[in-house]
Design a protein around this ligand. Structure first.
Ligand code: C2E
Ligand code: CA
Ligand code: CA
Ligand code: CA
Length: 278
């Protein structure tokens, strides 16, 4: 039973009970997911719209449990953020992505970044910047080939300190982008002071291109805003030629989505790079 409601007590309904126990199961299973080698990364190409070249690949986590079932990241990442398990997961992702990028570099693929999602929980750990520095150094990867995707949430609380940490990361050569821009806490007043290289336009807006003029207006506004402060834009979830035409017409820098490529196994990426002349 849980307290609440006007008459004092109310009971968990089935859905709440299911999701509460589901959370516990996910949190429990997550503890062994890395050592059991249940986690893998996929890499989704990001294309420069003007040239059609691959300028980046975003590393995306995939979790296949022992019983073969897949848990989507939207389900387990928030749980891992609450439990603190995101720290270990995030460290693993950074390690894998940097190692993979170094291998592709050694194979001769010089000109694209690997983009890694970093949770605000991970960002705010004391040792995060150090972890990035030592991971790059250990693999001998130039910082210029790593991009870190942060969300607007990192600027909550202590925005000045966040900006200082970003500057240190920039000092390593790392590119920074703001993920899901426009969906979260609005840090517009800090945007100008943040050493950010690109804004990522959330799929929620791209999806409605051609359907919702207000979402089209938001896309245009984000692209213009980025242009004004001299940084790029990456559109997520580009699925149709119509999305692409709209984004290109409005000056969006880059796009990512099923129209170009699904997230790929690391081993399949070199063939895709060759095919596109990267
Ligand atoms: P995100 O960072 O916004 O990643 C983009 C999501 O859109 C990915 O979902 C990707 O597979 C999906 N996507 C890409 N193109 C298309 C498209 O054309 N159409 C549609 N319908 N979807 C598309 P995914 O891989 O399920 O990841 C979901 C979210 O989980 C990510 O959203 C990100 O917030 C989080 N996530 C994934 N990997 C990591 C990670 O390593 N660390 C952290 N902290 N979060 C991660
Ligand atoms: Ca992302
Ligand atoms: Ca995103
Ligand atoms: Ca998104």
């Amino acid at each position: 039973a849980k307290s609440g409601g006007r008459n004092g007590w109310r009971y968990f309904n089935d859905e709440m009970a299911r999701s509460a126990s589901e959370r516990l199961v996910i949190e429990f299973d997550l503890r062994r997911a890395i050592v059991n080698e249940e986690m893998t990364l996929r890499y989704q190409p990001q294309m420069e719209l003007a040239s059609g070249r691959i300028t980046g690949v975003e590393a995306l986590l995939r979790w296949q449990r022992e019983d073969g079932s897949h848990v989507p990241p939207d389900r387990f990442i928030p749980i891992a953020e609450e439990s603190g398990q995101i720290i270990e997961l995030g460290r693993w992702v950074l390690e894998q992505a940097v190692a993979a990028r170094k291998q592709w570099l050694d194979e001769g693929h010089k000109h694209f970044v690997v983009a890694v999602n970093v949770s605000f929980v991970q960002f705010w750990r004391d040792d995060f910047v150090d972890e990035v520095r030592t991971t790059l150094a250990r693999h001998g990867l130039p910082g210029e080939l790593l991009e870190i995707e942060l969300t607007e949430r990192v600027a909550m609380g202590e925005p000045e300190l966040a900006v200082r940490m970003m500057r240190t990361l920039k000092g390593l050569g790392v590119r920074l982008s703001i993920d899901d821009f426009g969906t979260g806490y609005s840090s517009l007043s800090y945007l100008n002071t943040m050493p950010i290289d690109a804004l990522k336009i959330d799929r929620a807006f791209i999806r409605n291109i051609g359907l919702e003029s207000s979402d089209e207006a938001i896309c245009r506004t984000i692209i213009q805003l980025a242009g004004t402060i001299g940084i790029g834009t990456i559109a997520e979830g580009v699925e149709t030629p119509h999305h692409l035409a709209f984004l290109a017409q409005n000056g969006c820098t880059a796009g990512q989505g099923y129209l170009f490529a699904h997230p790929l196994f690391g081993c399949d990426l070199p063939a895709e790079l060759m095919r596109r002349g990267v």
